[in-house]
Design a binder for this molecule. Structure first.
Ligand code: CTP
Length: 419
């Protein structure tokens, strides 16, 4: 890595021209208001690493809302402000930029949300999680592009180290334990020695964090390209057992996660699928404990519950002679994530085949005729319509009919036989 303290060139080369232009203008406007403006956090880290990241976080020494309002006049877009926190968000075209007023934080007790006070960039950077996330780039015209690296973040980037800024960091905010593992595994870095020691020492601080905040951290983990690495490290360091003693981050999970990504590519597997795989070996009671502690969203909770329900039917699904309508009856109504989770985990090739047939074929089967069509064919409105539609469904599923014409003939045959 070449040492330059001015990153204007990197900014220009690595960020889209529209964002570069925006920051340039923003720096000028801030200066005209007598304020100082900085680009901070993850985007600075990723600029130095040469990784794409277009999430601009700007910090203002002064008043973020005042600056964002002025910029919204120049660049028409949508502005949202939070006067309580003195922050603002500006959106235009597909871009979104966050503005925050430089602040320092104090924690009334471990795990509580911080009390914030307007402050300098120095204090704002010091309140952050890791040195590699605590760098800034000055955007005012006087020294546009200057790197502000007060806590040796750049050195840690070069040495591939994740280091906290002060020894109370994990006590103040134990979500940083999960964040640290995430960065370590994403970037292929190491937790620095003292940081690692304090992380282990402060594991109990995870108990001070609400289930909602841990769920958010897990959602972030599952956005990573290889979340299994983070879970593996979390198991190794005792972080997983703090969440639930039965959760694992082993090679079985690694295989399943890899297979899940293949199945949903180019999209990442949804949260519900990852969670259904991760909790696959938990008992119903243990799953319910996690669902309620993490306050999992309805669809994710459903994926976990459906997954256990399907697991209970796996033995029947190992019968080779099941008809398509049998398979349909066994599986319809369950969340697709739960079906995929079982398809990826079952050791029976036949059950796997049935689950795949449901997912890729039966799930989409629908008769061509609807209730109105049946009335048009001369069937009297009433409960028999539902009954005939169900029989048609079955005929479709089992491949007895494949077109609308086939269905009409079949229905006519049933009616004629009745008469
Ligand atoms: N931050 C922090 N402590 C936290 C959460 C966030 O100090 N518990 C700070 C870090 O400086 C971080 C910045 O706030 O860089 C923005 O947070 P976030 O968007 O979560 O992190 P990024 O680094 O921007 O993004 P990512 O983790 O996806 O790379």
């Amino acid at each position: 890595m070449t040492k330059t303290t001015n990153l204007a060139n990197k900014v220009e080369k690595q960020l889209p021209a529209e964002l570069v232009n925006f920051m340039w203008v923003a720096g000028r406007v801030a200066a005209s208001q007598g304020q100082s403006l900085y680009l901070v956090g993850g985007v600075v880290r990723d600029l130095l690493l040469g990784k794409p990241n277009f999430d601009l976080d700007l910090v203002v020494e002064g008043n973020a809302i005042e600056l964002a309002r002025k910029l919204a006049e120049i660049k028409p877009g949508e502005i949202t402000t939070h006067p309580l926190f003195n922050t603002a968000k500006l959106k235009w075209n597909n871009w979104s930029v966050d503005f925050a007023t430089a602040r320092s934080e104090t924690y009334a007790k471990p795990g509580a949300l911080p009390t914030v006070t307007p402050s300098s960039i120095k204090a704002d950077l010091f309140r952050r999680d890791f040195t590699i996330n605590a760098m800034a780039i000055y955007l005012n015209p006087r020294r546009y592009g200057k790197l502000i690296d007060l806590y040796e973040g750049r050195k840690d980037l070069e040495q591939k180290l994740i280091r906290i800024l002060h020894k109370k960091s994990f006590t103040d905010d134990a979500t940083r334990i999960w964040r640290g593992l995430r960065y370590e595994q994403r970037l292929d870095f190491q937790l620095e020695e003292t940081t690692l020691k304090l992380l282990k020492q402060d594991l109990t601080m995870l108990d001070t964090i609400s289930g909602d905040r841990i769920r958010y951290e897990l959602e972030c983990v599952f956005q990573e390209p290889e979340p299994e690495k983070v879970l593996h490290r979390a198991e190794e360091l005792g972080v997983l057992s703090k969440l639930h003693p039965s959760l694992k981050g082993n090679s079985w999970l690694e295989d399943k996660f890899k297979a899940a990504r293949k199945q949903t590519s180019p999209n990442l597997p949804p949260f519900g699928l990852y969670m259904a795989l991760w909790t696959y070996h938990l008992s119903t009671e243990e799953s319910e404990q996690l669902i309620s502690y993490l306050r999992l969203p309805k669809t994710v909770a459903q994926a976990l519950r459906d997954s256990s329900a399907i697991k209970a039917k796996l033995e029947i699904l190992t019968y080779p002679e099941l008809s398509h309508s049998n398979i349909y009856r066994l599986l319809h109504g369950f969340s697709p994530s739960a079906i995929i989770a079982n398809s990826l985990t079952t050791t029976s090739p036949i059950a796997h085949q049935h689950l795949e047939t449901f997912l890729h074929e039966l799930h989409y089967v629908k008769p061509a005729l609807n209730g109105n069509d049946l009335i048009r064919l001369g069937i009297a409105p009433g409960p028999q319509i539902k009954e005939i539609l169900e029989r048609l469904y079955e005929a479709r599923l089992n491949g007895k009919v494949t077109s609308k014409q086939d269905e009409e003939e079949l229905v006519k045959g049933w009616v004629d036989n009745k008469e």
